[in-house]
Ligand binder design. Structure first.
Ligand code: GLU
Length: 491
């Protein structure tokens, strides 16, 4: 692989939102380009007017930018090979259609959907793979004229050469062989005049100087067609690598059931770009020596086509949460506050309404080890800064079990050691003759109102350290909550 020449691309069709599958394709192509100090190109494959929407094209660019997957060439980044929207490349394609037609390597096809469906059924019933039967391949010029005169809009089909074997070296799957006789003549221009997928995709890769294509293995059987086309047009072919699809834990193709939402949905629920990148980079690709959390640059440095697996890649949502925790651990307090702000939670509230502005960073610092998603922080903010005391049932029980004497003693200790949690804890432990869990659980219950929250791991130890919460709560609130706990014991 010659470093200076490597150019990869991501070529999405804007027919829906980006999801883990196509994002991983984008990421792998970017990582390969960066690894080789090459270029990463973005091309929007929107030639099918029926299925593509410009909103999706806009959204996918915004999503890629949000993830930090910036393209070196593509929409908005001129690289001398544009336009980068296939819907704007009709003139480019027209030239190549003409070349093929003049060489009799392509012909108009007048078959209707219905006729094609009948042919397919007949072939399947006879135990043969369905292939275009060649009905229009041998029409005379007069027959073509007659059909055109009837006002029928033909598609254009590529004439697949008989008796050849298309061979190529797949970067992931090794040597591949496809007899051309298994491939029926295929459509390269739709009846509405737009370029069909095989055509636009192959021609554009060649014209845009793409050298390496990593894409899903669902495209493997398209590759021989595209190679035949490029050969017929005298255009260079990229090296293809077909990556194994992503499956859920049950081995079935990834779906919403496995927690594979759109990137939008994941972003809205608060997943960080770094978490998604670290997760995706390991779906079907392994890093040498299990290096842990990495920046995009490090992910690129360690990326290797040789480390792409052939077995389906399993998406485990717990793994994504693991990288989310890592991403949080690697972010600064101010960065995390930015991430938490400006969101509306299920009850319509926002975190900035709960956390006093001058305590924002101290709040983040106190709870950062105890959150996975913004909603966790929102719950903590509610617990810590609420003006009225409320306890969950487990907390109530612990408060009652600790008893009035414990909280009376705690209030006494507050008089002498309110500023320093360690000193307070020592004094209280001694005065109430309790330690460890017996000391901290009733305190935590009174001060945060919570012990158990299944959504946060379900064990009281998962709460932020009381020492960190102490300055955040402040003396007046601490005193009020201890009094309220005392009142609860006495009620
Ligand atoms: N537009 C195609 C898709 O979204 C691109 C396939 C390819 O990467 O070659 O599936």
């Amino acid at each position: 692989m010659s470093a200076a020449e490597t150019k990869t691309r991501f070529a999405p069709s804007p027919t829906g939102e980006l999801h883990l599958g196509n994002l991983r394709t984008a990421l792998f192509n970017l990582l390969l380009a960066r690894h080789e100090a090459g270029r990463f190109l973005l091309r929007i494959e929107d030639s099918d007017p029926e299925r593509c929407r410009s909103e999706y094209a806009e959204a996918l660019q915004a999503d890629l930018r949000w993830l930090g997957l910036d393209w070196d060439e593509g929409p908005g980044v001129e690289g001398g090979h544009g336009p980068y929207f296939q819907s704007q490349r009709a003139e480019v394609y027209a030239r190549f259609f003409t070349t093929l037609i003049e060489a009799d390597l392509a012909y108009p096809c007048f078959c209707s959907e219905q006729e094609l469906a009948v042919a397919r059924t007949t072939q399947l019933n006879a135990g043969r793979p369905p292939r275009y039967p060649g009905t229009c391949a041998r029409l005379t010029p007069a027959q073509r004229e007659a059909r055109l005169a009837e006002g029928r809009q033909p598609t254009l089909r590529f004439r697949v050469p008989a008796g050849e074997v298309v061979e190529f070296e797949d970067m992931v799957r090794g040597r591949q062989r496809f007899p051309s006789d298994d491939i029926g003549d295929f459509i390269i221009r739709r009846a509405d005049g737009s370029a069909a997928f095989f055509f636009g995709n192959a021609v554009d890769d060649a014209l845009m100087g793409v050298t390496h294509v990593l894409r899903g293995e669902d495209h493997l059987s398209n590759t021989p067609r595209q190679l035949l086309l490029l050969q017929a047009l005298g255009l260079p072919a990229p090296q293809y690598g077909h990556i194994a699809l992503i499956v859920g834990e049950d081995g079935a193709p990834l779906s919403k059931r496995h927690g594979s939402q759109s990137l939008r949905a994941l972003r809205e629920s608060g997943f960080l770009p770094a978490a998604l990148l670290n997760h995706l980079a390991r779906l079907g690709h392994t890093y040498e020596g299990d290096p842990g959390f990495m920046t995009l640059e490090q992910l690129a440095t360690g990326f290797s086509v040789a480390r792409l697996g052939r077995a389906p890649a399993r998406h485990d949502p717990r793994q994504l949460l693991h990288w989310q925790k890592e991403a949080i651990a690697h972010a600064g307090d101010a960065e995390l506050w930015d991430w938490l702000q400006g969101r509306r939670f299920a009850d319509g509230g926002s975190i900035e309404e709960r956390v006093p502005a001058d305590q924002a960073l101290a709040f983040v610092h106190a709870i950062r080890d105890n959150i996975e998603l913004p909603v966790d922080a929102y719950v903590w903010a509610g617990d810590l800064f609420a003006e009225t005391e409320h306890w969950d049932p487990d907390a109530k029980q612990v408060i009652r079990d600790a008893g009035a004497a414990f909280y009376r003693t705690a209030l006494d200790c507050l008089e002498t050691a309110a500023d320093d949690f360690r000193a307070f804890g020592r004094a209280l432990g001694k005065a109430a003759s309790v330690k460890g869990k017996g000391l901290f659980m009733p305190l935590r219950a009174a001060l945060t109102g919570e012990l158990l929250d299944p959504e946060r791991g379900g064990i009281w130890r998962n709460g932020p350290e009381l020492g960190r919460l102490w300055p955040l709560l402040g003396r007046p609130r601490i005193e009020r909550r201890l009094r309220a706990a005392l009142a609860l014991c006495e009620s």
